[in-house]
Design a protein around this ligand. Structure first.
Ligand SMILES: NC(=O)c1ccc[n+]([C@@H]2O[C@H](COP(=O)([O-])OP(=O)(O)OC[C@H]3O[C@@H](n4cnc5c(N)ncnc54)[C@H](O)[C@@H]3O)[C@@H](O)[C@H]2O)c1
Length: 384
């Protein structure tokens, strides 16, 4: 039996079969809108024109996304009167480096971009992070628009202004807070996304249920199959709920100062260790987070914060969504050592986001290392 989905206030019927939702991220003079519009990609030009941007811009994409959607977005911007060039960066986490950004700066210079120009990031979280970092730093910062094309980027990476690159020592160790001027989400662009990438993004969707919204978590338990097969209404709801939660958290703690924004890192402490240890090549980001969330749920339960049944529900949903909850061929001591390099490490303590309930998480600096190691050992040995 499937859960019935009620239409929500805030959803506006927009022409036939298109649903449009606008969520504002209220950040004073850095406020911006997230527009969610199915089949709306051809309207990006007019949306960008509505920001008061003029003249020269670049679209930054990777080769695959450029092939699929480069012309659609470029034509839309040209049609709205902009002079745009499409630039590409290399796909793959191994290319999320300062060298990659340096190449992009050169291309931006050759394209004639000045301080008044703008950048449109068209792609997944990787393109958004690298292009966003280039926008944050090129000529001391230019305006940019996020057009996310993966589920992970639509529900998470494109919102909140965190941009940056990796160092060999760890993920996202160099970066900036640079809020976009607009996030334009067309869920229809997900139609071409490989199934593994859809699942990876779904891990972040599950994360929102765990950190903030028990009803949404139940909705995902009921509807995960249809979301993974990209049923439009269910994907739109998942993207909208996720963006609303992220927008609220970012608005309350833009620069991760109060500890609130850090709860978005549920599952990330272990995930970043796993990703760094495997040179970012074994796991998709969401897969590493899935394993990390299974570990965080178990640690929360072992420390008496979360009931065993809730930890089981979290792990069951991840498994039902065909996401990994165990790992193999990695040494637990090495994972812990890598986690200490992570920027979430404070001195000798590894910081964790733990769960009290589904929908209620908190930041803890008091996680004993032996509990982390014990759970990692279990997750390493447990059968999938
Ligand atoms: N800044 C943030 O707040 C934040 C949050 C979460 C993750 N991230 C970052 O996001 C990155 C991961 O992003 P991702 O999971 O989106 O992967 P990705 O950007 O690496 O894209 C994955 C693959 O999907 C392809 N692709 C993208 N859109 C497509 C489409 N519509 N159809 C077909 N193929 C498509 C790309 O070419 C690429 O090969 C990581 O670097 C992670 O650190 C950033």
């Amino acid at each position: 039996m499937k859960a019935w989905i009620a239409p929500r206030p805030g959803l506006v019927k927009h022409r036939k079969s298109q649903i449009m939702e606008k969520i504002t991220v209220p950040l004073g003079e850095r406020s911006y809108d997230i527009i969610i519009e199915s089949g709306g990609a051809a309207r990006i030009g007019s949306a960008v024109a509505g920001l008061g941007l003029r003249g020269k811009g670049v679209i930054v994409s990777d080769l695959e996304v450029k092939r699929l959607y480069g012309s659609l977005v470029a034509d839309s911007l040209t049609g709205a009167g902009f002079d745009v060039t499409v630039l590409t960066i290399r796909a793959g986490e191994e290319n999320k480096t300062l060298d990659g950004v340096a190449r992009l700066y050169s291309d931006m210079l050759s394209s004639g971009l000045d301080r008044k120009s703008f950048l449109v990031s068209l792609g997944g979280g990787l393109v958004g992070d690298v292009a966003g970092f280039a926008a944050a730093t090129y000529m001391r910062g230019i305006r940019f628009v996020q057009v996310p094309t993966t589920l992970l980027a639509q529900v998470d990476a494109s919102v909140g202004g965190k941009v940056g690159v990796n160092l060999p020592e760890g993920k996202n160790l160099v970066g900036a807070f640079h809020q976009p001027s607009l996030v334009f989400i067309d869920p229809k662009l997900l139609a071409t996304l490989p199934a593994r990438e859809v699942r990876s993004g779904f891990a972040e969707v599950i994360k929102y249920g765990i950190i903030r919204d028990p009803d949404f978590f139940s909705f995902l338990e009921w509807n995960h199959e249809d979301i993974l097969s990209l049923k439009p209404a269910l994907v739109e709801k998942s993207v909208a709920v996720s963006c609303r939660i992220k927008a609220k958290i970012v608005a309350a703690d833009e620069r991760e100062e109060s500890g609130l924004r850090a709860i978005l890192n549920f599952g990330h402490t272990v995930a970043h260790g796993l990703e760094a240890l495997t040179d970012y090549t074994t796991y998709r980001h969401g897969e590493a987070i899935s394993i990390g969330m299974a570990c965080a749920a178990e640690i929360s339960s072992k420390l008496g914060h979360l009931s065993e049944s809730d930890a089981d529900r979290i792990i069951a949903l991840l498994k039902n969504a065909h996401l990994p909850v165990t790992f193999s061929r990695l040494d637990v001591e090495h994972i812990v050592a890598r986690m200490r390099f992570d920027k979430k490490a404070i001195g000798e303590t590894i910081r964790f986001v733990l769960a009290r309930n589904i929908g209620d998480v908190f930041l803890s600096d008091e996680v004993p290392l032996e509990v982390v190691e014990e759970v990692l050992r279990r997750r390493c040995d447990a059968s999938p």
